[in-house]
Design a protein around this ligand. Sequence first.
Ligand code: ADP
Ligand code: ASP
Ligand code: MG
Length: 465
Amino acid sequence: MKFGGTSVGTPEAMTRTAQLVARETRWPIVVVSALGGVTDMLLEVAEQAQRGEAYQELEKQIIGRHDAIIEKLGLGFGLIEAQYEELRRVLGGIFLLREVSPRVRDMLASLGERMSVRLLAATLRKMGHPAKAWDSWELGMRTDQRYTRAGVLPECYPEIEGAVARLQSDEIAVVTGFIARSIQGEITTLGRGGSDFSAAVFGAAAKVDEIQIWTDVPGILRADPRVVGNTSLVPAVSFEEAAELAFFGAKVLHPRTIEPARRNGIPVRVLGTFHVDPNDPDPRYLQGTLIDDKAPSEPLRAIALRKNVRSLLVRSLGMLEAPGFLSRIFEILSRHQVSVDAITTSEVSVSMTFDYWEGDLDAAIAEISAFANVEQKKERSLLCLVGSGLRQDSSLLGRIFAMLGDRQIPLHMISQGASRINVTLVTEPNYAIEAMKALHEAFFVSDSVYADRQMTSADALPAIG
Ligand code: ADP
Ligand code: ASP
Ligand code: MG
């Protein structure tokens, strides 16, 4: 069971989460994120200290958030004093040196999860359930040294399996999401939102029968609720579809979550912490969204939106029929540690998008510009439609493009076919939002195909408590 930041962000949420854990009859391993907003605060306070600004106010707020839970739930003074002390010392160091390296940033960010696990374990104990807080590395999680985006090393999987097997089954393990240590022993983080991935790694190691992701929405929704407002729940999706949605912007799941689950054939269920009443679990809400390889197909499953994408259009007439044009471009990108998201090609041009790059995209562009015409756009959004109808029903694509055409939404790139269950469109940020709203309205609100599938609208799934 993995609980996100909002599920542990207040005394009330922490209590509800502890109740949900306690009522689980299968012995759970619990993975938690930092209290909602705390990772952002930790990263911000590091910046303040590094700039030599008065950072103490924010430091106090961070401690205050945790103290409020300790006090309200009577968890005992001093429970996470060691972490508070570390926070003060690291910030003092940053302030003194006016410098914060990625390594130090990770060390500081890790405090969020190291504090939250201790609060949740104490809350469970207070309710009479034996529980123990664990830092993920105590259970064998090791990564490479790519600070702020570290990758879990496959060779540590047997170690995690062993550690998980040795856990006492009469004591609930509450484990930090998001963080780990490198083999050199330094603290690392797995990338923002990475607790979902931690949960999948531990779930796979423990060979659980289900990995549950508990969050602040009742499951995976048809579209981003922050963009479309009211929307409805997707009852089931395939591993492949979930991976596409997560990768292309559905924040509810970290993109890497699916891989350990699929590899081990473990279903993932996304559930709403505030939609399931621990005292009266309504079976409807307990369904959430089930991700596995048995999801019945639907023409269109959901739409995801990713903002802040950069795109490149590379053209070279001189390359007509000359072999090696693409390989040359990819060799340069790979040398600069830039990986491509979506791509389309013609004989003399290539369009690509990038979301994150570890290396130097600008240097790569400069090199490519030496032999080709490069047009770069920094403000792009990527819209991704997912569903098996995109493979099976060509009229669906017709409807989608007709609708975007009616609204005069400019499309800078269209990519379809690789996974055959998605269509990826690149447009400008404002148009992407308009397109998501229009497509959502047409396919999920007005379309009768979905009317009977609409379990309930998010509106009819009120958060309780
Ligand atoms: P947690 O802290 O529990 O990990 P996140 O904030 O990372 O939660 O992810 C949940 C949020 O993802 C939701 O509150 C919602 O705003 C956003 N979201 C974006 N797209 C979707 C989608 N398709 N379905 C559900 N939630 C989505
Ligand atoms: N606390 C981390 C973050 O805010 C990890 C997570 O929430 O999954 O990114
Ligand atoms: Mg998350």
